[in-house]
Design a protein around this ligand. Structure first.
Ligand code: SF4
Length: 487
């Protein structure tokens, strides 16, 4: 067997909802509602799973008002007086986990600047893959950056544009950027250059990240996921399509395309279905719950575990796939772990010598459901392998006889450059180890992953409409690989 260098287990990291893959961002905007900033605040709480590092809202009523802070949405806006300040009938908001730029208040969004087109605020979900080149050019031309985010590049390019109005300036800017972006702009100037509140929603031509349009009486709502609409009482209208710009002005929506030719096919992030998006959301035109359950059914068809007693999920993200696996394999679904939802990011590991303490704080196995059993354990992914290894040790300590580990996605072999904070390729266990080596490292009876084909067929979309780069190494756009690794 080849000599392996496995991850260093001694390196502790603060607890986050998924310990190895962190979300990038969530965005939400409300246009023409007297409660705009309150509704955006609620929307951001529904999108909290997409970013826990910082949160912010810009409201607009002729003048733009901004409040951002580090931490969870409830913490950033716990002082209700901020809402007296965040006046106006329209607002946009953002929750962030940094993929580009450090964890710093100066990088919290929405960003707000004054340009030749008036005041502009932007909220960005995604990652620009040519950010370094663009930033160097802008700096050489005299631009001074206030943040280390790639989103600020978009604002500088808009400010440098010679276009007649803001929508044209945004389109000319987006022709220069590569990568993933779902964007919300707030402007105090309409498409004809008159002083008027305007909200602009844009999705990149490949449609990497979701963005959905909703209606709440006479107000418009735009959000990363439809769980926002359920919370604020809005109805889903439709997706913002890949390569589409919606200019939401007084009484109307103007639809424009940001590219001359539509892309041959989209590259929606398949990981949104596997893990990132909430199962109660509909994204890319499909129910996340339905696709995730089908991933589990498909996994059962591809990798059965004859003789197992029951199916257990790693909570919470693998529960829906486990239900699908149990259904297709006709095995009972049992709760194997209780997950604590009260372990915040600020949790500090006590200085007592306890192995796997972090996992133990977060998960506790139900011994009565596990003792002496042969179980199928479903997880949505294995990233570094260290979290899975700790959970498996806990299951063994609870008296489990056999563990058949089944993963509702293919092995992750490469990094994401489109707005998801995955580790570098070298840190991904499946990029340097075979399935058998991983099985041995984890100490399970058997290990199987879902195939790429099975994953893609679990959705109703065309199989060529998804990005699968972290599983296949085939990136749908040109990548500055070094650029990401040094950030
Ligand atoms: Fe999604 Fe993976 Fe593609 Fe990133 S590389 S956009 S996580 S499928």
């Amino acid at each position: 067997m080849k000599k392996t260098s496995l991850p260093d287990l001694s390196k502790y990291k603060p607890a986050v909802p998924h310990p190895d893959i962190r979300e990038a961002c969530g965005i939400c905007g409300v246009f023409n509602n007297r409660e705009a900033s309150n509704l955006v605040y609620l929307g951001l709480t529904a999108l909290q799973h997409r970013g826990q590092e910082s949160a912010g809202i810009v409201s607009f009523n002729g003048k733009m008002n901004r409040h951002v802070g580090m931490g969870l949405v409830f913490d950033v806006f716990k002082n209700r007086e901020y809402f007296n300040f965040l006046k106006g009938r329209s607002a946009i908001g953002h929750v962030r986990y940094s993929t580009t730029g450090s964890s710093d208040i100066k990088n919290a969004q929405p960003l707000l600047v004054t340009t030749p087109y008036g005041q502009i605020a932007v909220a960005h979900n995604g990652n620009l893959t040519n950010a370094d080149v663009l930033k160097s050019k802008l700096e050489a031309a005299g631009a001074i950056f206030q943040t280390t985010t790639d989103s600020e590049i978009i604002l500088h390019l808009i400010a440098h544009s010679k276009a007649k109005n803001l929508p044209d300036a945004i389109i000319s800017t987006l022709k220069k950027v590569d990568g993933a972006y779902s964007l919300l702009f707030a402007s105090d100037t309409d498409s004809k250059g008159k002083k008027a509140n305007t909200m602009i929603a844009v999705r990149d031509p490949m449609g990497f990240r979701p963005l959905v349009l909703g209606k709440l009486n006479k107000s418009w709502v735009v959000a990363s996921e439809t769980c926002v609409f359920d919370l604020v009482g809005a109805k889903t209208v439709r997706e913002v399509m890949p390569g589409e710009m919606l200019i939401i002005e007084d009484g109307k929506i103007i639809e424009r395309r940001i590219t001359d030719k539509p892309a041959k096919h989209s590259s929606m992030c398949v990981f949104e279905f596997i893990y990132f998006s909430r199962p109660d959301s509909k994204i890319f035109g499909e129910s996340v719950y339905e696709v995730r359950r089908e991933l589990g059914r498909q996994l059962a068809r591809e990798a059965p575990a004859p003789g197992a007693d029951c199916v257990i999920a790693v909570p919470d993200s693998a529960v829906v796939a486990a239900i699908g696996y149990a259904e297709a394999s006709k095995l009972p679904f049992e709760i194997g772990f209780i997950r604590s939802h009260y372990v915040g990011r600020t949790f500090i590991e006590p200085s007592v010598p306890m192995r796997d303490f972090r996992a133990k704080v977060k998960y506790n196995p139900i011994k009565e459901n596990l003792h002496g059993k042969s179980i199928v354990l479903i997880d949505d992914s294995i990233v570094r392998g260290t979290t899975s290894q700790k959970l498996i040790r806990m299951l063994k300590a609870a008296g489990v006889r056999e563990i058949h580990l089944r993963i509702s996605s293919p092995p992750i072999i490469d990094s994401c450059y489109y707005g998801i904070d995955t580790p570098t390729r070298e840190e991904l266990i499946a990029s340097t180890h075979s399935v058998e080596e991983i099985r041995e490292f984890l100490g399970v009876t058997s290990l199987s992953y879902l195939s790429i084909d099975g994953m893609l067929r679990s959705s109703k979309q065309g199989v060529s409409d998804f990005c699968t780069a972290c599983f296949s190494g085939k990136y749908p756009t040109k990548i500055e690989r070094k650029a990401r690794e040094k950030k």
